[in-house]
Write a protein that binds this ligand. Structure first.
Ligand code: ZN
Length: 499
């Protein structure tokens, strides 16, 4: 091994220790720390993450990466280290171009915007957040000018989440979806809706935790490499492929919510637990691409979890754990977990109308960064699009433009990932069926772990080493298309709603 590679490995070990601490602090804050402890944790978190950031832009790292990038050194590396050096060098060069004072300014703007957003949401008053949003947009533009000079702004913003993806591809597939989903959803909403009265009442929270365990076992979550915590907004995080944490939120009056959060976060976790462990502690490990990550969580949650056959082998068990479900037939349950509603809140939407919630945000982001729409105009634009796609108008800002925290954290370009994930799922479903056989049968026979194994093999083990488009072409052998997802929706909901 070359001296420079040895130096890089030692440097990464040091950085990883800082990263481990910040991840742990974050986990602690989001799962069990008491409110009065937040400030202290926040202080430690700022300290350790700044140290970590400093290490990622240090002169020492720059020298190591430059040495390893010389042809002689680079050619001697194996594939994994070639990937790591190339990726780290690119990040380094990008970050290095941001002037220190601009970076510091952006952190300040972001911190202020996050608390303003919380306050604004609480008061349901967009005017509290608007001036902060304006500053966020400005500083985002400024930073993109340094990191991606000469590149179209919104495409540059998409890149960190969807490397290799650009808005012309997204425009094409979202337009395909809109064309067919608008009439489909209109037909669904006009038809008879299922009776959901049996799902009202109080459902024991301890029992819901047991249901979560059963579901995680069932889909292939590894408890030797994973743990579960309780939080407000469920998320998954990981230290390495050997330590992946999922979280959940249990509502006494809405038991289905925790079931599907468990399956969704379980999907993220199964991905991370099955990344090649040799990649741990490097940028080759833990998958960075949000659309591919969401494709996995949403494949488990929607394509598998909202399939009636998924529940066939375990429905009796569900009734044993939550006795109210003994009074609900599998058919009734199936109807309810696929109940399509035109609702205001993205995170509570069914799998079909979810598409519109994302398209709306994507179109608004383009309006901000391409058409120069002002922050004052945004609530009006939001409401007009809600009316256009779902025929409802939010009654206030909290259930409209203030509902998501993404923009307050400066995350522009993130939303399309959610829907791209579902679009990839349509393509994946076709491929799974071509290679493993009919998914309904596999699920009905309780062989879901065969699908998990297939995903491990085809997608998970690669971690970050393949971009989304590389993954799709390797696994599905074709370009991105929304056609399979549209076909899946049309077939499924025509049957359910008797259209
Ligand atoms: Zn997710």
């Amino acid at each position: 091994m070359s001296k420079a590679l040895e130096e890089l490995q030692q440097y990464l070990e040091k950085m990883n220790r800082f990263n481990h601490v910040t991840t742990l602090l974050y986990w602690d804050m989001r799962t069990c720390a008491p409110k009065q402890g937040y400030e202290q944790i926040g202080d430690a978190l700022a300290y350790f993450s700044t140290e970590h950031f400093q290490m990622s832009v240090s002169e020492e790292l720059k020298n190591i990466l430059e040495t390893l990038s010389t042809p002689q050194e680079y050619e001697a590396l194996d594939d994994k280290w070639k990937f790591v050096v190339k990726r780290m060098k690119r990040y380094f060069d990008k970050n290095e171009r941001i002037p220190k004072e601009v970076f510091e300014k952006s952190v300040k703007i972001q911190t202020a915007a996050e608390s303003a957003w919380e306050e604004a949401k609480e008061a349901s008053d967009y005017s509290i957040f608007a001036p902060h949003l304006e500053k966020l947009i400005e500083v985002t533009k400024e930073i993109a000018g340094y990191t991606d000079p000469g590149r179209e702004l919104y495409d540059a913003l998409l890149d960190p989440f969807e490397e290799g993806m650009n808005s012309s591809v997204i425009d094409r597939v979202f337009d395909e979806l809109k064309k067919d989903l608008i009439p489909l959803v209109d037909k669904i909403l006009a038809s008879e809706q299922p009776d959901d009265s049996k799902f009202q009442g109080k459902f024991d929270v301890d029992a819901q935790v047991k249901v979560q365990k059963m579901l995680l076992d069932y889909i292939g979550f590894s408890w030797d490499k994973g743990a579960v915590g309780t939080t407000t907004h469920p998320f998954t995080l990981n230290f390495s492929s050997k330590d992946v944490r999922v979280t959940n939120h249990y509502y006494e009056d809405a038991p289905i919510s925790a079931m599907f959060s468990a399956i969704h976060e379980g999907g993220h976790a199964i991905f991370e637990q099955n990344v090649n462990p040799d990649y741990d502690g490097t940028v080759a490990g833990s998958c960075d691409y949000m659309c591919i990550h969401e494709s996995q969580s949403r494949f488990y949650e929607n394509v598998l979890g909202r399939n009636k056959n998924f529940w066939l082998p375990i429905y009796d068990k569900l009734g044993e754990l939550l006795p109210q479900f003994k009074e609900i037939s599998l058919e009734e349950f199936y109807r309810e977990i696929n109940h399509v509603r035109n609702s205001y809140i993205r995170t509570e939407a069914d799998e079909v109308t979810y598409a519109f919630h994302v398209i709306l945000r994507y179109e608004i982001e383009k309006a901000i960064f391409r058409e120069g729409v002002t922050v004052e105009e945004l609530p009006g634009l939001w409401n007009a699009k809600m009316e256009e796609y779902l025929h409802i108008t939010p009654r206030n800002d909290a259930e409209g433009i203030l509902q998501d925290m993404h923009w307050s954290g400066g995350s522009f370009g993130y939303f399309p990932s959610y829907l791209l994930g579902s679009i990839y799922d349509g393509m994946l479903l076709d491929t799974v069926e071509a290679e493993l056989g009919n998914v309904d049968e596999i699920l009905a026979q309780g062989r879901i772990l065969e699908i998990t194994k297939w995903l491990n093999e085809k997608i998970h083990r690669f971690g970050s080493t393949r971009t989304p488009l590389e993954t799709l072409s390797a696994v599905c052998g074709k370009e991105v298309t929304a056609e399979p997802l549209i076909r899946y929706f049309t077939k499924k909901y025509t049957e359910i709603y008797n259209l």
